[in-house]
Design a protein around this ligand. Sequence first.
Ligand code: FAD
Length: 457
Amino acid sequence: MVDNGGMSSPDPLRVAVIGSGPAGIYTADALTRQNREDVAVDVVDRLPTPYGLVRYGVAPDHLKIKGVARSLRRVLEDPRVRFVGGVEFGRHVTRDDLARAYHAVVYATGASVDRRLGIPGEDLPGSVAATDFVNWYCGHPDAEVARFVLDAEEVAVVGAGNVALDVVRVLAKSADELRATDIPQHVLDVLAASRVRRIHLLARRGPLEARFTAPELRDLGELANADVVVRPDQVDVDPAGEELLHAARAARTNLRILAEWARRPPAGRPRRVDLRFWTRPTAVLGADRVTGLRVEGTRIGDGGRLVGTGVEEVLDTGMVLRSIGYAGVPLAGVPFDEATRTVPHADGRVLDAAGAVVPGDYVAGWIKRGATGVIGTNKSDAAATVRALLDDAPALRAARPAPEPADRVLAASGATVTDYADWLAIDAAEAEQASRLERGERVKLPGWAELRAAIGR
Ligand SMILES: Cc1cc2nc3c(=O)[nH]c(=O)nc-3n(C[C@H](O)[C@H](O)[C@H](O)COP(=O)(O)OP(=O)(O)OC[C@H]3O[C@@H](n4cnc5c(N)ncnc54)[C@H](O)[C@@H]3O)c2cc1C
C-alpha cells in the first residue's frame, strides 16, 4: 500500500497486461516494484500457460535459459498480480471492454508470425516456417501433433539468426541427447525416427553479417552427433581489409569461430551441417511436395546492395525451413504500423495514425520494438513503458474514476478463464509425466485437449 500521509487510500490503479511472455511479466514486475502507486495487475494470455516464448520458443536444450521462468514465476505469485489465462484479446475481449474495467492496458503480445521468402514454390508441402517447426517441437497447443514426419534425408534451413541455429540443432541432435528436455513425447519419437542426414544452413550474406550470437554459434560446434562444415573460402576475410575493420566485435568473434571450424576435418559423425554463406534460395522445387531447392550465389554489388551472381545450384532437399524473422500481428482497434509490424508508440504510449497519444494504451516487448534482442532486453523495455504509465496515473484515474469489476467483464467474455492454480495443475501434470517416462524435469503436454484435461475442463 502507498504511504499517503494517513489519508484514506485510493483504490489501486488497475492495469491489464495483454500477453504473459517476458515483456508482459516484466511489465507486471516493474508495476509492483515501485512505490508511487498501489496497483492491481491482471496479466492476460490467450493460453492457459504463462511465459510466452520462454515456454514455446526458447529451444528445449537451452535448459539454463528456460530457467528464466523461475524468476518470472515469482512475479505472478505477487498478491497484487493475477494470471488470467484462456482470454484472447480481439476474440473474447475488446479495447472497449478493457477500458471499462482498467485504468490502463499494456499490450505485450509479441511477434508470432514468420516472414516469407517470396519465392516460387514456397507453399509446397515440406516448405515450412520455422515458427511452425518451433511450435511443434515446443508442444504449442496450436501446433498439430502429427505435423512433421522428418522423412527427408536433406533439409535446408534458410536464415542467419539464432532461431535458425536452434532449428538446426534440434534436427542434428540425436533423440537421446534430447531425452532430458521438455520436448513432448510424440515429438521425441519422430526425432528418434528422423531420416535427416544433412542440413544446409543458408545465409544470403557473409559471416560478418550473420546475426548469430557467439554462445549459440558455439553450441553448434559442440554437436556430438553432427559434423559442422564451413568452406574455408567463405571465411577468408582480408585481415587488414575495410570489411573486418568496420565489423562489430560480435561479428569478429563469429568469424573467428567459423574460421576455426573451416580448419577442422569432418569426424565422420552420423549427421552433417553445411554452413553456406553468400547463398540465397530462388525457388522451392517439386510438383506436389518439396524435392529440391534452387539457390544462387550472392555478392555485394554497386551501392552496397546484395545481388545474385547468376551461379545457380540445386540442393536435393526434401524439406525447407525458413527462419528469416518474426513479425507482429495487428490487434483489433489498436494502431499498427504495417511497415515495421509493430504498434507505434512514444516511450511506450500508443500513438494513433496522426501521431497523437491514445490515452490509457501502452505497449511493451516485441510488439513494441520488433523481434530483436534477448529475453533480458524486454526488462528495461517494460520498465520504460511502466515509467510513462506511472507518470500518467493521475490522468488515468481521472479519466476512469469508477472502473467496473474486471471479473464481470471477463465473465461476460465467453472465454473459459483459467487462473494461476490451473497453470500449476498443468505444471504438475508435466512434471509427473517426466517422472513416469524417466525423462528430465518436465515433459510438455501437447494440444488443447491435454491442457484442458490437466485442469479438468
Ligand atoms: C524460437 C525462438 C527462440 C528464442 N530463444 C531465445 C533464447 O534462447 N534466449 C533469449 O534470450 N531469447 C530468445 N528468444 C527471444 C525471446 O523469446 C523474446 O525476446 C521474448 O519472448 C519476447 O517477449 P514478448 O513478451 O514480447 O513476446 P512473447 O514471448 O511472444 O509473449 C507474447 C505472449 O502474448 C500472448 N498473446 C499473443 N496474442 C495475444 C492475444 N491476442 N490475446 C492474449 N494473449 C496474446 C502469447 O500467447 C504469448 O504468451 C527466442 C525467440 C524465438 C522466437
